[in-house]
Design a protein around this ligand. Sequence first.
Ligand code: DGT
Length: 135
Amino acid sequence: MKKKRPTWIPVVAGLIRRKDQFLLGFRPNEEPVPSVWEFPGGKIEPGESPEDALIRELDEELGITVEVGPLRLSVTHNYGDVGVIILFYDVIYWQGEPRAIYHEDLKWAGKKELKSLPLPEANKKVLHRIIATLP
Ligand code: DGT
């Protein structure tokens, strides 16, 4: 019998930094990852480059126009029977003031606060590496 291949979802997330803080969005209460503070971003559409996906997602979610920098880190995680691979990119420049178009709320959080907030499991795994990207 043919083995069922797992489903993988490619996701991009932006590391938007202001001084020693990151911009986070509070996810609406929707499965599979409800009510946590996440790094803004979303799924890469088929045929789209990761950078273009991040530009599109940050425009849709926050209403900002960004310049995407280098890929800083990546992580894989399983949510039930689907796996996500999340590519975290530096956002080196943005135009406009971020607004909570998709999220319930936005906040700037520094190292100490990040460690105490509810975050997606996939982010907790690499939190030390995310924090290491702060100046
Ligand atoms: P859609 O089109 O309604 O399916 O939604 P998208 O494309 O905005 O994608 P989204 O944000 O629902 O999917 C991202 C997946 O990655 C979701 O399963 C949650 C998971 N995830 C884990 N950590 C993070 C994170 O820090 N940021 C984002 N954006 N997603 C994360």
